[in-house]
Design a protein around this ligand. Sequence first.
Ligand code: KIV
Ligand code: ZN
Length: 515
Amino acid sequence: MRRVQIFDTTLRDGEQSPGISLSVEEKVEIAHQLARLKVDVIEAGFPITSEGDFESVSRIASEVRGPTVAGLARIETPDIERAWEAVKWSKRPRIHTFVGTSDLHIEHQMRSTREEILERAGEAVRLAKSLCENVEFSPMDATRTDIGYLAEVVAAAVEAGADVVNIADTVGYTIPIEFAAFLRELRDRVPGLKERVLSVHCHDDLGLAVANSLAGVEVGAGQIEVAVNGIGERAGNASLEEVVMALKTRGDHYGVDIGVETRQLANASRMISNITGYEVPPNKAVVGRNAFLHESGIHQDGVLKDRRTFEIMTKEDIGLEGTNIFLGKHSGRHALKDALEELGYTLEGEVLKRAFVRFKEIADHKKTVTAADLEAIAADEVGSFEGKFVLDSFRVVAATGRQSRAAVAISHQDHGTFEAEAEGEGPVDAVFQAIDAATNIKGRLTDFRIDAVTGGKDALGEVRVSVEFEGAEYAGRGLSQDVVEAAARAYVRAVNGYTAGKAGATRVTSKAVTP
Ligand code: KIV
Ligand code: ZN
């Protein structure tokens, strides 16, 4: 059977989703889960864009074993050298270099000419190849590129040694039948391409990313670029779980082999959703919480008699069958670590210690701590940033028809404790005003979201905020049974992110360079 490689770009294109900005620790944790999922390639980031991206690609390259680790680079020499510096620690490093090839991109973005781009693409691949054994080249906006010119660029990349040529439908413009014909014609025009891996990278602007990717497989693509839960620029990338389960469930049609451990799909999907804050719609194919629920009587009756009457995949295949994890206040650190591992988290050292403290606090108030609670605690602690400000305590008085009043005590690692009181429009606003006064840093709340982690009156509340300081936005997340406390923790994290200028509370302004 022909092998199709799954190239996961959750940590690169996925992270380019509006509002997502992951810390180094979060990326490393996700990369470990991608390795458990057995994807073939992890695109760990775009090293030239920031110190944080460089560090996360380097850490993933050194720590995560199994998949190839790729770093993205424009066709610029510094980008390619920086990508190599980051991926070189991997047992299987890859440099992925790209350039826009449509006239729109060449003229309006690159302000260049077809001739120049053709020459520079070849040179870039040659340089990457001189550093790294495994090189991928992507013509960006390939599907809106004149096919004659695209063939010339791809031939130059192949000639320069590209191992993988990735045809990007950057703006999600193509449609399946057209894409298949386009790829066939490209292969006919570039005979050398048959010796290399043909890859496809499809965006979901028209909701066709998965269909287009599968059309690529039909005509011989040997690699598909995907992201968990389909996150990515604008409407996102092809969803990993949908592509994988389509290839598996319809193996009779596609007849290809994939290495993915599908039983890890549910863990991966929940982890990405918890860490990024991007919820999975209930009716999402494969991993949505309704994907295996049956509402109509006829369907329920059929499923009770034989699940195959109305189900084409099994929950077990996806790892959705649920866990038996229920921890309580007497559970120890070992039990917590084991439970977290079952859920896909490999917390160690300080992070595990903090997670255990949080778990104990929560278990003191909640009879049973469920898998969903543990996932929320783990996602929270993985990303938690050891900032200088810590919320020591708060008090709020709220009453109908009156301004709320809050008092907070906040300690600063180097400068002791600050106390302040403030009034506000409701308890959350009052606490935020008091935090501004205590820290002497004025933020502007731009987004506030609150969710219950599980059902029930004793559910944990999860609050996510975006706060603007000096024109830049910082995100923070807080978790507590008391939603005002969760909000206060989230806000303090955003303040810490701002004062440190670093992720954890994560900076959500866009990066300097994004494809
Ligand atoms: O969408 C795109 O063109 C990309 C490239 C970098 C492959 O993400
Ligand atoms: Zn993309």
